[in-house]
Design a protein around this ligand. Structure first.
Ligand SMILES: NC(=O)c1ccc[n+]([C@@H]2O[C@H](COP(=O)([O-])OP(=O)(O)OC[C@H]3O[C@@H](n4cnc5c(N)ncnc54)[C@H](OP(=O)(O)O)[C@@H]3O)[C@@H](O)[C@H]2O)c1
Length: 295
């Protein structure tokens, strides 16, 4: 029997991709977007989930604007923290598994090598702290529920950094990106494949890191994307991404961790699959999704 999967936040970049990819893989998937379920309304979570049939909930709904969270702390903790407890409790009431999507921003960014799941989470922003609260609430309800930390999510369902830098190079003579912040892109279509085995009722709980392999700065990420777009015949106005320093971005309100590459060896151990490199994933996205729309 196909698994019955409920995806919350199905209007978002990751949620929309998971619904589509898992439906294509033969799973029974229901997606609820923000209009269908506002998870900031805690009683409404219980009322909405109670009549539904599902074996696993994948929670992609979150307040993801890091600077907005910094100035809306109560709302951030309610949506990214308290709501996760209520979702996990609703799962327990059904004997269902809860897979909650979390973030690399739970780390302070002071390490110089890839973060592992057992490294101490020390968030430096309200967003990071509220997402860490979500993980804590999840595991307080049931230790065998799973928190999946992703980073720099990109894909066809909603524009992200890679789309913004490509658009910039298409329309302007100068493109710039931050060169003193390092993380790992996560392609939503790869995430759908990597996450699928972790939905099984007997799959491991706890915390797992899920992203493509390797690490890069925003500048390296943007430069690589521009190179692939130029090769694919997109008429860019500039083919160079100039370096910027994080301090130059005065519009940033929240502090960002400078280094949050994540090790994925636990993911490989749990699923038997290794993520492909971020370069292969970005090249695939640019060549098959982005370039055909911009040639
Ligand atoms: N994007 C990244 O680079 C990144 C990095 C690390 C971790 N993550 C995590 O990955 C997960 C998915 O993020 P994403 O990249 O797909 O971002 P996204 O596109 O912003 O998706 C989040 C979704 O949650 C929805 N949402 C916000 N508040 C809600 C509420 N009160 N009730 C119900 N839905 C609500 C948003 O609705 P609207 O469409 O109305 O805004 C959006 O559809 C999140 O847990 C995020 O923390 C993302």
């Amino acid at each position: 029997m196909p698994r019955r999967i409920l995806v919350l936040g199905s209007g978002g970049r990751l949620g929309a991709a998971l619904v589509r990819e898992w439906q294509a893989a033969g799973d029974q998937v229901i997606g609820l977007n923000r209009q269908q379920l506002d998870i900031g309304n805690l009683p409404r979570i219980r009322e909405t989930l109670e009549p539904l049939q599902f074996d696993v909930v994948v929670n992609c709904a979150a307040l993801t604007n890091v600077d907005y969270c910094e100035t809306h702390e109560e709302e951030a903790f309610r949506i990214n923290g308290d709501a996760v407890r209520v979702i996990a409790e609703a799962c327990n009431a059904k004997g269902a598994r809860c897979v909650h999507i979390s973030t690399d921003y739970v780390f302070d960014g002071q390490k110089t090598e890839a973060y592992r799941e057992e490294d101490e989470a020390l968030p430096i922003s309200v967003y990071g702290a509220s997402k860490l609260r979500g993980e804590t609430e999840l595991h307080a309800v049931l230790a065998s529920h799973l928190a999946v930390r992703v980073s720099w999510v990109f894909g066809p369902d909603r524009p992200s950094f890679v789309d913004q830098i490509l658009k910039r190079a298409l329309e302007h003579d100068i493109a710039q990106a931050i060169a003193d912040k390092t993380a790992v892109p996560t392609y939503t279509l790869d995430a759908a494949k990597l996450l699928r085995p972790l939905l099984e009722p007997n799959a491991a709980g706890g915390v797992v890191h899920l992203c493509n392999a390797g690490a890069c700065t925003w500048q390296e990420y943007g430069q690589f994307a521009l190179d692939r777009a130029a090769e694919a015949g997109v008429p860019l106005r500039t083919q160079t991404v100039l370096p910027q320093r994080m301090v130059e971005l005065t519009a940033f309100i929240a502090k960002r961790p400078v280094y949050t590459a994540m090790a994925t060896s636990k993911l490989t151990q749990l699923t038997g699959t290794s993520p492909r490199s971020w370069q292969d994933a970005v090249a695939d996205y640019v060549e098959t999704e982005w370039a055909p729309r911009h040639r």
